[in-house]
Design a protein. Structure first.
Lengths: 294, 427
């Protein structure tokens, strides 16, 4: 029985990683940059929900929408102020370092506004827990909502990329920025849109993360952000189904490692598996091996 | 283009400066050993020729960064005590000058803060607040022979040298006392422990707890760890404790993680007795935390703001009036720390014109002779090893309030005293 319970916990944790990883992988796939501030946008999103519910007294649904809008705007602002001027810089390291800078900036701004104290986040999920087999197995409402929203987001995103005009533009920019521009695609706009979607996903991830694990402080987003980045690399960075599979796998391995091997070694196991997979498939599980053109 | 060049030149210059500054700092720290005696002599002279009519007590702790909660509490508690002493005429007629330096909970910055205080001719130090910085400051202060009393550094190494003392219990002491309490009160026969293996505080308590558990009438059926990198999901650890049939879960870590553990345990319909240490203090003040989850949580704590004790009530009222919040144990430890320094200064006949090293020699002996009645304990005394000798207080949460469990009373009778009014609850 505990096996099933571990599995459900793993999938639920993995779903949160997957939603965050989707943001990483989209931005990387299209703008070819690692947005290390992504984890901190999650934290900002959670704070907005918290402030909207306990401060302004808004209903949870409205608060989540507000948080999505805030993060969306934040994502566009970060992209246009911090990243766009550097996208054509000689070294791609410049953007990477800026992203780390933005990450610290967001953490410290949150520290200034909300303080260092950990806040217990009120779950916005109103789905009741399901108890199966005479109480031996309990699935929390948060786990159900997290898993369902992860699947919905994954499908919606895949459809968006493959079926819409903007999605097509994204794929084109991802393939070849210069050629896309020659074909009349607004490259900067497309990249901004990517950031907007990525950040909106971060807001949702923040809400789900803090609903399942209700503790919120300015550093809440940092560690899940890094784990999700690993999940994205795991699944093949740039690939949307890859991020999904990577996230779920990472969550399940983490929980199973804790449960059956050692609770101290959980992270060592996760990263050990990552190394093995990258040795066998350097581009990740679903990653494409792109030949470098000379 | 030209502008860019100017800016980059300026940046390079700034960077070069920082590097040099960095070197200078580490040089100081590194040579501390060799040049220690020189500096000492120099500052001694200065003191002798200086004004010498006030006692200069320094404080070190994090007042910014992640551990700021603790440092700010210590600073406030200490300043309150200093203010009271000064208004009452000072120590033997001499006023106290109190200077608190920020260490951001960082060992290196703590040594810098210590150097700043040394330049200020500090005579005794209250600090550092957190364990790692405290150990680092201990290493340099023993060379300079400057007296230090940490209000809250719980790691064993904090009082390794004979110039260092502490107000709080050490980590092993807490583990030992917890195991004893659980055993002597027959709280459970099967006990699970969850601890943070990446944290000295948590693993220190855990190790002592398991060691003592062997002598007690209960069995540790599950021992699960977590690390700082994965401290949000406790479902596995709780599931294992549940499967092992643990009736009590020992949680030797801080309240922010504990609030998550309690929430997740409730989510899986697991309700053993939860037992924590002093890090649990403050759990009811976590914003948005459902206090009902913490009902029946028991923990060892040196200080409870709701106690009926007259001295504690006065301290709590004054503290609330000055800083607008209920004091936690860190503030209480600091408050007692300042009074302990005062008592030791009086007992050792220390005068403000002595050098820091002479003050330290006098205080080292005086500390073992004094007995103070403070807000964290009555009849508090110290051993030459630096450890305090006091009885731990056991606190149980009932109906959203902290309540002290009288040692002879059964745990059940607590509910009666629980109706006391609680400042933190009003938020």
């Amino acid at each position: 029985m505990s096996f099933i319970s571990y599995l459900i916990n793993g999938v639920s944790l993995g779903s949160v990683y997957a939603i965050i990883a989707l943001g990483y992988t989209m931005v990387y796939g299209i703008a070819k940059m690692l947005n290390f501030a992504h984890g901190d946008v999650i934290m900002i999103g959670a704070y907005v929900v918290m402030a909207a519910i306990s401060g302004a007294g808004l209903p949870p649904g409205v608060a989540v929408l507000l948080s999505i809008v805030c993060c969306l705007i934040l994502g566009i602002v970060i992209e246009s102020v911090a990243y766009r001027p550097l996208l054509n810089a000689a070294s791609s390291l410049a953007v990477l370092i800026t992203a780390i800078g933005v990450s610290y900036l967001l953490q410290n701004v949150a520290l200034l506004i909300f303080g260092a104290n950990t806040i217990s986040f009120d779950s916005v999920v109103s789905v009741p827990a399901v108890t199966l087999m005479d109480g031996a197995l309990t699935i929390t409402g948060e786990a159900i909502v997290t898993i369902v929203s992860c699947i919905v987001i994954m499908i919606a995103l895949t459809l968006f990329i493959s079926r819409t005009k903007s999605g097509q533009a994204m794929r084109a920019v991802s393939e070849d920025k210069g050629a896309a521009q020659l074909m009349g695609i607004h490259v900067n706009g497309t990249i901004a849109l990517t950031f907007a979607i990525g950040s909106a996903l971060a807001a949702i991830a923040g809400v789900l993360l803090c609903s399942s694990y209700p503790s919120l402080n300015p550093y809440t987003g940092a560690m899940p952000g890094i784990k999700a980045f690993v999940a994205a690399v795991f699944g093949g960075i740039g690939s949307i189904p890859g991020a999904f599979i990577g996230g779920i796998l990472l969550g399940v391995i983490e929980i199973f490692g804790k449960a059956y091997i050692s609770s101290q070694m959980a992270d060592a196991i996760v990263f050990g598996v990552l190394i093995v997979i990258l040795l066998v498939k350097p581009a990740g599980i679903l990653g494409k091996n792109v030949q470098e053109k000379v | 283009m030209k502008l860019k060049k100017v800016i980059s030149a300026a940046l390079v210059a700034a960077m070069a400066m920082t590097f040099m500054a960095g070197c200078g700092d580490s040089d100081n720290a590194g040579n501390g050993n060799a040049s220690g005696s020189d500096t000492q002599a120099a500052s001694g002279n200065e003191n002798a020729s200086g004004s010498g009519d006030t006692f200069r007590i320094g404080g070190i702790g994090p007042i910014t960064g992640g551990a700021a909660v603790y440092g700010i509490a210590v600073k406030n508690g200490a300043e309150l005590a200093v203010k009271e002493i000064n208004e009452a005429g000072g120590i033997n007629g001499a006023q106290i000058d109190f200077n608190f330096q920020d260490d951001e909970h960082d060992a290196e910055k703590a040594v810098n803060a210590y150097n700043t205080l040394k330049d200020w001719d500090v005579q005794a130090i209250l600090g550092a607040v957190t364990s790692a910085p405290c150990v680092a400051v201990g290493e340099v202060s023993k060379d300079d022979n400057i007296f230090m009393l940490t209000p809250s550094g719980t790691a064993v190494e904090c009082v390794k040298y004979e110039n260092a003392f502490r107000v709080c219990f050490s980590d092993p002491m807490q583990g030992l006392e917890s195991a004893k309490y659980i055993g002597e009160h027959n709280l459970a026969t099967k006990v699970a422990a969850i601890y943070d293996s990446s944290d000295v505080y948590s693993s220190g308590i855990y190790e002592a707890f398991v060691k003592e558990a062997a002598n007690q009438n209960f069995e540790v059926v599950a021992a699960e760890a977590f690390t700082a990198e994965s401290k949000t999901d406790f479902s596995v650890q709780l599931q294992k404790a549940k499967d092992a049939g643990a009736e009590l879960v020992f949680l030797p870590f801080y309240y922010s993680e504990a609030s998550l553990v309690l929430k997740q345990a409730a989510g899986m319909n697991y309700s053993p007795i939860f037992f924590g240490c002093d890090g649990m203090d403050g759990i009811l003040a976590v914003k948005g935390f459902d206090a009902a989850l913490a009902d029946n949580l028991i923990f060892l704590s040196p200080f409870t703001p709701t106690s009926d004790d007259e001295m504690i009530q006065k301290f709590v009222t004054d503290y609330e009036a000055a800083y607008g919040e209920t004091p936690n144990q860190f503030a209480a430890d600091a408050y007692d720390g300042i009074y302990a320094i005062k008592a030791a200064i009086e007992a050792g006949n220390v005068t403000p014109d002595l050098s820091a090293s002479d003050v330290c020699d006098a205080l080292k002996t005086a500390m073992t002779q004094i007995t103070i009645d403070g807000v964290t304990a009555k009849g508090l005394t110290w051993e030459a090893s630096g450890e305090p000798s006091k009885e731990p207080m056991v606190v149980k949460i009932a109906n959203g309030n902290y309540a002290v469990v009288e040692d002879d009373a059964a745990a059940e009778s607590v509910e009666d005293n629980a109706a006391t009014e609680n400042g933190e609850d009003a938020e």
